[in-house]
Design a protein around this ligand. Structure first.
Ligand SMILES: [Zn+2]
Length: 200
């Protein structure tokens, strides 16, 4: 869970539900407020066991006592209001992602920024993605064929198969077990009510 004082209010993560209240992703508070302002989302607030209510922006701003509530709040000319932790989109019925997105950053995070061939840790800018089975041998851009590699190892391995180059990844690559919605851990207790129902 995030420490409340650690985060800039507008950068606080907000869980985004589709209109069936299934979590679809998370966004920043800045984005969430914009969606509320545009009428494309409503705040979901309440308590597990006691039920949840939807608030449009006007109702949310008028909610009594929220400004000094336990969550983060944002000052604005008319006072202050609580930053929502969960919102629901009003016109979005796509289903949640099942897999963590495969991109450079997520591969580096999965591999802890460690070159899978020389075992050294590098800065992001000094890392590449390596196809374990190279493209010219039919290797695909998939979680089980892509690993973090430093530039030197990457060019040393080139287009060779692991056996040919005698270079094998430290760990067998696979899709990370994180949530595709929020990464490795939910930011707020309030999210778990929605995210734990995800696979149901
Ligand atoms: Zn290396």
């Amino acid at each position: 869970m995030l420490g409340k004082s650690m985060v800039e209010p507008l950068h606080q993560p907000v869980l985004v539900l589709n209109r069936y209240w299934q979590p679809v992703h998370s966004c920043t508070a800045r984005r969430a407020i914009k969606l509320l302002w545009l009428g494309r989302a409503q705040v979901v607030a309440g308590e597990a066991g006691r039920g949840y209510d939807l608030y449009d922006l006007k109702a949310w701003l008028a909610r009594p006592g929220d400004a000094e509530g336990e969550g983060l709040s944002l000052k604005c000319p008319r006072g202050s209001f609580g930053i929502p932790e969960v919102i629901a989109l009003t016109g979005y019925d796509r289903v949640p992602r099942k897999m963590v997105r495969l991109n450079r950053r997520n591969v580096f995070v999965r591999d802890a920024y460690t070159c899978q061939y020389c075992a050294r840790v590098f800065h992001e800018k000094d890392l590449n993605l390596d196809h374990v089975r190279p493209r010219n041998a039919g290797g695909k851009m998939t979680w089980d064929n892509i690993v973090t590699s430093c530039i030197r190892c990457n060019s040393r391995k080139g287009c060779k198969l692991p056996e040919e180059a005698n270079m094998h990844p430290l760990r067998k690559p696979q899709a990370p077990g994180w949530s595709p919605i929020y990464g490795r851990a939910p930011a707020f207790e309030s999210w778990t009510h929605f995210t734990s129902r995800r696979s149901a």
